[in-house]
Design a protein around this ligand. Structure first.
Ligand SMILES: [Cu+2]
Length: 149
């Protein structure tokens, strides 16, 4: 009897795990592929100037459908992280999908000097997208992309 009860318990645990996996595999806004950009291409350089680290330009205005190329120029390594509480409603899942090689939600990969990463704003809600560079946040490396229709 005791063994039977244990087997039943294990089966319930396995069933619970299976259920969780099924839910995780359901398509939602965080796993959907980002639509392709069809508009203009903008470039933001990521630079070290003396002891300062900057996005250049730090603020740009673009349109839905444009893409932004972030180029690592100097300063060894940067990334782009969007503030979850500052992006327009409905944008966070799309942004994460637009950075498929990112290391975390709303975060790009690390970009070394000479490398770059592209973020497409195809299908994104209009509004302000505030961002920072995680390694250089304390040095004030912040920026803003304003997306209009
Ligand atoms: Cu940086």
């Amino acid at each position: 009897m005791r063994v039977t009860a244990m087997v039943a318990g294990v089966a319930m645990v396995l069933a619970a795990c299976g259920g969780a996996k099924t839910d995780a595999a359901k398509p939602d806004s965080t796993t959907a592929a980002a639509p392709a950009a069809t508009g203009a291409t903008h470039v933001i350089n990521m630079v070290m100037e003396g002891t300062a680290y900057r996005f250049v330009p730090a603020e740009i205005a673009i349109k839905v459908g444009d893409k932004v190329v972030f180029k690592g120029v100097s300063g060894a390594a940067h990334n782009i992280v969007f503030w979850k509480d500052s992006v327009p409603a409905g944008a966070d899942g799309l942004l994460t999908a637009a950075m498929p090689d990112g290391t975390a939600p709303l975060s790009s990969k690390m970009v070394t000097d000479g490398d770059s990463t592209v973020v497409s704003f195809a299908g994104m809600p209009v509004g302000d997208y505030k961002m920072y560079c995680l390694p250089h946040l304390a040095m004030g490396m912040k920026g803003k992309i304003t997306v209009a229709q």
